[in-house]
Design a protein around this ligand. Structure first.
Ligand code: KG4
Ligand code: ZN
Length: 365
C-alpha cells in the first residue's frame, strides 16, 4: 500500500440505515472519519419484530440523508471518495435492494467504482479496522440473526468452523424477554434481570455439548425456559420478581456455558493453523453481554490467544464495517459494475454446508 484509500460505505440490510466514511492510511491503519446510524426501532416497536416492507421504505427515505450527513461530518465530498461500498446481502432483500440501487446511482453519477460487500464480511473484518489484527484470526459472530465461528484467512477467505443449527443467541434472548414480559431488544433486559438472579437455580439444558464439533443449538433452551415459567406460574399463580431474575440468570448461564465450550473447541481447531499471533475476536449485539464476554475472554486467554471485541457501536450494525470491507476488497482489485445484485442469502464460506433456519432479521448464512 502506497497511498490512502477513502470509501463511502452504505448499510441497509437489516433495520438500521447507515452511512460512513472510512480511510485506510498508507501504513495500513484504518480511520473512521464519520459514521452515521439511523435506527428504525420506533417504526417496528408495535409489531414485535422487524417488518420488511416498513424497513425497506424507511431505508429508501433515509439513505441519502445518512450519506449526506456522513460526508458532511467527514468534511469531504463525493469527489474525495475512491469508491462506494454497499451491503449487497445477506439480509432482508427489500433493504439490501434499496442500498444497492442507491449506491449504483451515486457511483454512476460521480463516476466512482462500486463494490458490493457481504454484510457478514463487514462484521468479520471489523477487528482489522479497530485493532489491526493480522490474518488468520478466529471470529465469533453472535447477534440476533447470526451465530458462527469463522477462521478469517483473508478479506474474502472465510472458513466456517461451526454455528447454530437453529436460533441465533440474540433471538433466544429476545424470545425469553418476551415470554417474561421484559422489553425489546431482549438481550440487555435479560442481562439486567440476571444480575440479581441465581444462575444455579434452574438446570437448563446445554444443547449439543455431548456432540463433537462447534455447532450450537438454542431453540430447545428457549422452550425449557418457557416450560419452567409455566410451571412457576401454575404453582404460585404468577411470576415473582425473584423467579424472573433466577430464570434470566439460569438461561444466561446456559448460553454462556455452551458458548464457552464451543469457543474452546473452535480455538483448538484454529490453533492447528499455527497462527503467528493467535487472536480471538467476538462481534455482534450479543457480544455486548458482560457475562458472556467474560467467559469468552477467559477461554481465549487459557488457549493463549489474544481476546478482542470491537467497541459496541462497531459490534452492532453500522456502515464503517462495510466501508472497511470495501477498502480491503478494492485494495485487492475487486470491483463490481451495474449488474451488482442484492442477495438475501450469501454464505461467507461457500464450501461449508448450508445452515438451517432463516433467522429473525435475515439469513443465517
Ligand atoms: O448485531 P445486532 O445489533 O443486530 C443483528 O441481529 O444483526 O444484534 C442484536 C441482538 C438482539 O437480539 C439483542 O437482544 C442482542 O443482540 N443483544 C444482547 C445484548 N445486547 C444486545 N444479547 C445479550 N446480552 C446483551 N447485553
Ligand atoms: Zn449484522
Amino acid at each position: 500500500m502506497t497511498h490512502d484509500l477513502t470509501l463511502l460505505g452504505l448499510e441497509s440490510s437489516c433495520d438500521d440505515t447507515a452511512a460512513a466514511v472510512v480511510r485506510r492510511h498508507a501504513d495500513g491503519r484504518g480511520e473512521i472519519l464519520a459514521s452515521v446510524v439511523v435506527d428504525q426501532t420506533s417504526l417496528h416497536r408495535d409489531f414485535g419484530g422487524v417488518v420488511p416492507e416498513i424497513a425497506a421504505r424507511a431505508h429508501t427515505e433515509k439513505l441519502d440523508v445518512a450519506a449526506k450527513q456522513a460526508l458532511m461530518q467527514a468534511n469531504l465530498g463525493l469527489g474525495d471518495m475512491d469508491a462506494i461500498a454497499v451491503t449487497a446481502g445477506p439480509g432482508l432483500i427489500g433493504g439490501a435492494l434499496s442500498g444497492v440501487m442507491f449506491a449504483k446511482g451515486l457511483a454512476a453519477g460521480a463516476s466512482l467504482p462500486l463494490i458490493g460487500v457481504n454484510h457478514l464480511a463487514g462484521h468479520a473484518l471489523t477487528p482489522r479496522l479497530t485493532e489491526g489484527l493480522g490474518y488468520p484470526y478466529l471470529m465469533l459472530l453472535v447477534s440476533g440473526g447470526h451465530c458462527q465461528f469463522l477462521r478469517v484467512d483473508g478479506p474474502q477467505e472465510f472458513h466456517r468452523l461451526g454455528g447454530t443449527i437453529d436460533d441465533a443467541p440474540g433471538e433466544a434472548f429476545d424470545k425469553v424477554a418476551r415470554m417474561l414480559g421484559l422489553g425489546q431488544p431482549g438481550g440487555p433486559a435479560v442481562e439486567a434481570e440476571a444480575r440479581s438472579g441465581d444462575p444455579a437455580r434452574f438446570a437448563f439444558p446445554r444443547p449439543l455439548l455431548d456432540r463433537p464439533g462447534c455447532d450450537m443449538s438454542f431453540s430447545g433452551l428457549k422452550t425449557a425456559v418457557l416450560r419452567e415459567r409455566d410451571r412457576l406460574v401454575e404453582a404460585s399463580g404468577g411470576l415473582h420478581r425473584a423467579d424472573r431474575a433466577d430464570l434470566c440468570a439460569s438461561f444466561q448461564a446456559a448460553i454462556a456455558d455452551v458458548m464457552a465450550e464451543k469457543s474452546r473447541r473452535a480455538l483448538a481447531l484454529y490453533l492447528q493453523a499455527s497462527p503467528d499471533e493467535p487472536a480471538f475476536a467476538v462481534a455482534g449485539g450479543v457480544a455486548a453481554n458482560q457475562a458472556i464476554r467474560a467467559v469468552l475472554e477467559t477461554v481465549s486467554t487459557e488457549a493463549g490467544a489474544r481476546f478482542t471485541a470491537p467497541p459496541l457501536a462497531l459490534c452492532t450494525d453500522n456502515a464503517a464495517m462495510i466501508a472497511w470491507a470495501g477498502i480491503e476488497g478494492f485494495a485487492a482489485g475487486r470491483q463490481d459494475d451495474m449488474t451488482l445484485a442484492a442477495r438475501p442469502r450469501w454464505p461467507l464460506d461457500t464450501t461449508a454446508p448450508a445452515m438451517l433456519g432463516s433467522g429473525r432479521k435475515g439469513a443465517k448464512a
